[in-house]
Design a protein around this ligand. Structure first.
Ligand SMILES: [Fe+2]
Ligand SMILES: [Fe+2]
Length: 265
């Protein structure tokens, strides 16, 4: 069993310091094996905002994997940098963080894909190169390992490229996204009755709130069972506001109303 904390849309430059401190405290209490951040670490891709993001990642109680979001690319009002070096600051200020990171052990494979596009502001895409990268990464993976993909853009904001159903055919168990600042957990159905679980996190600690409060997703999973808890901010602490449980039978993930299998806390 692995525990993964899925954070998104930190937006350093527009954060609430009290929420940031409580978030780190909650992560330390939950003791994840891995922290995944699905993009928008900064508000405007400024150096001091990346420095704040890097400090936050260094305080996480587990290895942290990140992918860029649209806010982490040079803004459109700096057109030359946007076109020719859109991810320069991401790489400069987050050394050691590839924009397509991979985590792999005997129980878990997590692959980050960079869905941002330098000529678009809001929309992203799942491209053929992503699927090729995924295929070569998964080649050596154990068949018992649970397989996650994380990228900034959810299917509802992708335009062009491959539909996310293509991930089902690659044996992916869950896809973790952000961008719309709204928490959502649901099944994506592929062909032949196969499915995966879409986990979309709201903004973890920014004041750019839409209909949700701040929050993040805590996944406990093995190759047949998945529990997704939405940890929401109440004004004082993060606590579980919603639970989703899934079981996998014959390559198909299904929602289960009550857990047949409960992971140890
Ligand atoms: Fe965002
Ligand atoms: Fe975004």
């Amino acid at each position: 069993m692995r525990t993964v904390a899925h954070l998104s849309d930190l937006h350093f430059g527009r954060t609430d310091a009290k929420v940031v401190a409580a978030l780190l405290h909650d992560l330390q209490h939950q003791r994840p094996d891995l922290v995944i951040v699905s993009g928008d670490l900064t508000q405007r891709a400024r150096s001091h905002q990346f420095a704040e993001a890097r400090a936050f990642l260094s305080h996480c109680p587990a290895p942290a994997l990140v992918v860029p979001g649209n806010h982490d690319l040079e803004p459109l009002y700096r057109p030359w940098k946007r076109i020719f070096r859109p991810r320069a600051k991401f790489h400069k200020h987050l050394p050691g963080h590839d924009s397509m990171p991979v985590w792999q052990d005997e129980s878990l494979v997590a692959v980050g894909l960079d869905s941002t596009r330098s000529l678009r502001w809001k929309s992203g895409a799942l491209k053929g190169a992503h699927l090729d990268h995924l295929e070569s990464t998964l080649d050596g993976a154990s068949s018992d390992a649970v397989k996650l993909v994380f990228l900034h853009h959810p299917p509802s904001t992708a335009s062009g490229g491959h539909p996310y159903e293509a991930l089902v055919e690659h044996g992916i168990d869950a896809v973790l996204t952000g961008h719309v600042h709204h928490a959502r957990v649901e099944l994506i159905n592929g062909q032949h009755g196969r499915s995966l679980v879409l986990v979309q996190a709201t903004t973890a600690c920014s004041t750019r709130l839409r209909e949700d409060s701040n929050g993040y997703c805590l996944l406990r999973l093995d190759c047949d069972h998945m529990e997704v808890a939405i940890r929401g901010w109440t004004g004082d602490v993060f606590h579980t506001v919603r639970h989703h449980w899934f079981e996998k039978r014959a390559a198909t993930w299904r929602t289960v109303p009550r857990p047949h299998h409960v992971f140890p806390a």
